[in-house]
Write a protein of this length. Structure first.
Length: 499
């Protein structure tokens, strides 16, 4: 609300104008009624009103001198003269002092004042929007210009005010995985949501998109930056299908200092993957991680032929130091090297092994990425153990396809047969000859073996395990598991814990 101060040495006139209209309903706050010019000048320094409505003739300091001093200290303050006399000197003084209006008291009734206040409100809104547009341009330019090309002198001049700032980031697939998989998280429609956020959160001074998925917000130095950022994060998560992470930085910074602080803590955007999706990170609580030495993968293919437990221990050992030291860059580099090894091993075996599927869109944390990688390595290791007994390429391709698609609850025997280029009966005959079981039974066995792995790991809840092994119903998954192993999934997990 715009703050208004009245000044009139006539107490009856002062009381009349103070209560003439409902100031709050019109978007104004009456902060003070001064009884003379000296009182008004002191109150101006205390309340810093946006608008001063003052009588021209007052003892001590008259309205003209009051306007001169106010305009000298705060040129953006709007001053309106009130007078009982229609005199040319007063009107000329109003023009010379850039006073907004010169109004005769006898003309100032309720309707006149309400219309005048609506007009003033519109003027302030237009000025505010103009300032906001300029601030958004400067903020966007400061953050989108390469740091080495920034004109620091210019941005020091245009950003004298101090702000709190925060960054909201839409959780997304890491760029490294996005590039190699050629899959990208769909960004929210920022041109719709940025205006929506500006309207919903008036304490937000500015909000701009500075990079893909990433938005920077500014608040006044006195505002609660964390509360505002958290509320905006919750709003976006409730209104979109995405999760968002929040990064909080030091307080009381110029726009240029905000950019410098942002560059200094760029590693935060990688550390978020260790915290998980929808994280809140205080920049001062994180340090630049130290790079870890890259291990050798010379024995990778040999390990794939070992037991599944040995394969998982091998993967754990490879990543232990990277994850322990929060080295996300090293984690991604090692991940890519292992994925390349997987691809090479599959191609060498003549397998149609596809690494990247819809699950890639869920890789929003190191935990999920690590679990996904172990699943891929596990699938290939399982297949290697099968491959030793295969006599035909058709059987090898079929089993590879099952390992790729077993998580799909709609995967059918007919679809598998169509992929293999054989009829269901011909494929069943082939698999009975090579594996001793039908294709449907093989699919169930592969799903059950994966379920046992997940139960033994003990990190997933039963509904998630059912979903991850291709069962949309937990009860049906449990019945199939009991039929194959003679006990429920819960009892199996409990028994493994007791061993």
């Amino acid at each position: 609300m715009l703050k208004v101060m009245l000044a009139d040495d006539n107490k009856f006139a002062l009381n009349h104008f103070t209560h003439l209209v409902d100031w709050g309903a019109l978007g104004f706050q009456m902060v003070y009624g001064a009884v003379d010019g000296i009182d008004a000048l002191g109150a101006f320094h205390r309340f810093h009103p946006d608008i001063v409505i003052t009588d021209v003739q007052m003892p001590g300091i008259d309205g003209r001198e009051l306007a001169r001093r106010i305009k000298g200290e705060a040129p953006e303050t709007m001053v309106i003269f009130l007078s009982s006399y229609d005199e040319f000197d007063y009107a000329r003084a109003a023009i010379d002092l850039s006073v907004q209006e010169y109004i005769l008291k006898h003309e100032l009734n309720k309707e006149f004042l309400e219309n005048k206040l609506r007009e003033i409100n519109r003027i302030f809104q237009e000025k505010e929007e103009k300032r906001n547009r300029a601030a958004r341009v400067h903020l966007a330019a400061c953050f989108r210009t390469p740091i080495e090309d920034l004109d620091t002198e210019f941005f020091q001049e245009v950003s004298e005010n101090k702000f709190n700032f925060f960054v909201l980031e839409q959780d997304h697939i890491p760029d490294t995985i996005s590039r190699i998989a050629d899959m990208r998280t769909i960004e929210i429609e920022h041109h719709i949501w940025i205006p929506e956020l500006r309207d919903k959160f008036p304490e937000l001074l500015n909000l701009v998109r500075i990079e893909r998925y990433r938005f920077l917000g500014l608040t006044a130095d006195s505002a609660d930056c964390e509360e505002l950022g958290t509320n905006m994060k919750s709003f976006l998560e409730s209104e979109t299908d995405s999760s968002f992470s929040l990064y909080l930085y030091k307080r009381s910074l110029s726009v240029l200092q905000c950019r410098q602080e942002y560059e200094k803590h760029r590693y935060l955007f990688e550390q978020r993957y260790f915290e998980g999706r929808s994280a809140v990170l205080q920049a001062d609580l994180f340090e630049q991680p130290k790079a870890q030495p890259m291990p050798s993968l010379d024995d990778f293919e040999i390990v794939l032929n070992h037991s599944l437990q040995e394969v998982n221990l091998y993967i754990d050992r490879l990543f232990r130091e990277f994850i322990y030291n929060y080295d996300f860059t090293g984690t991604m580099e090692l991940l890519i090297r292992i994925l390349e090894k997987l691809k090479y091993s599959a191609e060498k075996m003549g397998l149609p092994y596809i690494l990247y599927d819809e699950e890639v869109y869920c890789l929003l944390s190191v935990r999920r990425i690590f679990r996904w990688l172990k699943s891929k390595v596990s699938d290939l290791a399982h297949f290697f153990s099968f491959r030793k007994s295969f006599q035909s390429d058709a059987a090898a391709r079929t089993v590879a396809y099952i390992y790729k698609e077993y998580r799909n609850p709609f995967l059918s025997v007919e679809e598998i047969a169509e992929f293999s280029g054989l009829s269901v009966n011909r494929l069943n005959d082939l698999m009975k000859k090579e594996e001793g079981e039908t294709i449907g039974r093989l699919l169930t066995r592969i799903r059950m073996e994966k379920a046992k792995e997940l139960l033994e790991a003990g990190k997933e809840c039963l509904p998630d395990i059912a979903q991850m092994t291709g069962y949309s119903s937990v009860s049906y998954f449990s019945r199939v598991f009991r039929k194959n192993y003679g006990l429920s999934p819960q009892d199996y997990r409990r028994g493994r814990r007791d061993e």
